[in-house]
Design a protein around this ligand. Structure first.
Ligand code: MLT
Length: 429
């Protein structure tokens, strides 16, 4: 069977620095822990969990990750491969382990011709996210999980082909995503992967960007967009769709469709459009606080939201905004759009607070990313959600592997009619 053959082939390449072996060692221990938890506390109500503490990657803050995870060079931004290792194993990888994972991902990044053809069947005008989901669905043809399931693999081993699919998917997404960019906005020519580059840098390179600062920004971008608990729409969708044992490609394509909504990943596109609309209104980004305040009120009075402000669970400035701001302060402090973004951060929160309608008036991750990408020449904002999608695979992949390793159940929330809900509420009040 192809799955077992490919696993055997990959095993031959493995050394003590490889991710699969590391995982194979820790999966049984976690399976035992979950079994024990279910047995002892299966009926316990745990109460309300809040996320006021901010964003953590396996308990580490973004500054922790920046300090601790290996970068492309000493003091560099965390490599996405390092984040993947951390999310999957809970351990901080060495530079040697990260380099070996980068090499493994490059070796998995072969794209079947029919995936490009499936994208080509769509008009170039199709939204970049529509093209992206189509490419992912075409890759599904090679699902190792599907093959292994049809071949009768034991439940306890589901996580192994899920690992293969997730790593293949993560490895192949930048090539698919870059193809869409070149096709939709440039000359359509594929820029091949560079075997000397890491994951984030290679993606930027295949898009057509080789400025070392842009490569470094892409490493940071991918790392910080990889995950945000399991509850956001894209991660939760992937978990839900995979719960009836749909393979990682099916689950991730569904996640991308959730990410494509303006209240989720499409917001980064909306933010840059809004910032550009300010510049168009005044003919310059260099505007006064009063002018900006008037424009914000105009936006709100027309019934729109200020894109990039507020968040489903965060109640303070998104730490992903802060680290992008620090990057901009270091590399492009005089960029006029960056200065406008800084001014927006001063003016929007007091206005939203005064209106009293929002729980969180502070900027989120999307409020900043567009101006950085725009500065480095990636100006086509309708592509931005694809970048987010590639990044999110680094968080979704480990989640799906652990879902199968721990044998998590099919997700089936209760559904009640409005009448039943009214009756229940009436009773409890
Ligand atoms: C995300 O990264 O998915 C966003 O912060 C949205 C969310 O967490 O709901």
């Amino acid at each position: 069977m192809a799955f077992f053959k490919s696993v055997a082939a990959i095993s031959r390449l493995r050394s003590r620095v490889d991710l699969f072996s590391e995982l194979k060692e820790i999966v049984p221990e976690h399976q035992e822990r979950v079994k024990k938890l279910k047995k002892e506390y299966g009926n316990a109500e745990l109460g309300k969990i809040t996320a006021d503490m901010g964003i953590r990657f396996r308990g580490m803050t973004i500054p922790d990750c920046q300090k601790t995870l290996p970068g492309a060079f000493p003091g560099g931004e965390p490599l996405p491969e390092a984040v993947l290792w951390l999310l999957l194993t809970g351990k901080i990888p060495s530079k040697e382990q990260v380099d070996s994972l980068a090499q493994e991902l490059r070796s998995r990044a072969t794209i079947p011709d029919y995936a490009y053809k499936a994208i080509d069947a769509l008009p170039v005008s199709a939204h970049a996210m529509t093209q992206f989901t189509t490419g992912v669905m075409a890759l599904q043809v090679q699902s190792e999980f599907q093959k292994a399931y049809e071949g009768g693999i034991a439940k306890a081993r589901y996580w192994e082909p899920t690992y293969e699919d997730s790593l293949n998917l993560i490895a192949r997404l930048p090539s698919i995503a870059a193809y869409i960019y070149r096709r939709k906005y440039k000359d359509g020519k594929i820029i091949p992967m560079d075997d000397s580059l890491d994951y984030g840098a290679n993606y930027a390179h295949m898009l057509g960007f080789d400025d070392p600062e842009m490569l470094e920004f892409m490493r940071l971008y991918i790392s910080i967009h990889s995950d945000h608990e399991g509850g956001n729409v894209s991660s939760h969708t992937a978990h839900l769709v995979a719960s009836p044992l749909s393979d990682p490609y099916l689950a991730f394509a569904a996640a991308l469709n959730g990410l494509a909504g303006p209240l989720h990943g499409l917001a980064n596109q909306e933010v840059l459009r809004w910032i550009r609309s300010i510049v168009a209104e005044f003919g310059t980004p260099d505007i006064s606080t009063e002018q900006l305040s008037d424009y914000i009120h105009k936006t709100l009075n027309s019934g729109q939201v200020v894109p990039g402000y507020g968040h489903g669970v965060l109640r303070k400035t998104d730490p992903r905004y802060t680290c992008q701001r620090e990057f901009a302060l270091k590399h492009l402090p005089n960029d006029p759009l960056f200065q406008l973004v800084s001014k927006i951060k001063e003016v929007v929160p007091p206005i939203l607070t005064k209106l009293g309608k929002v729980k969180n008036p502070w900027p989120n991750v999307d409020a900043h990313s567009g101006v950085l990408l725009n500065y480095y020449g990636l100006t086509e904002e309708s592509y931005y959600t694809v970048l987010f999608g590639v990044s999110r695979s680094i968080g979704v992949g480990p989640q799906l592997i652990w879902d199968r390793a721990l044998g998590l159940a099919l997700e089936r929330p209760k559904s009640v009619t409005l009448e039943k809900l009214e009756a229940l509420c009436g009773k409890s009040s």
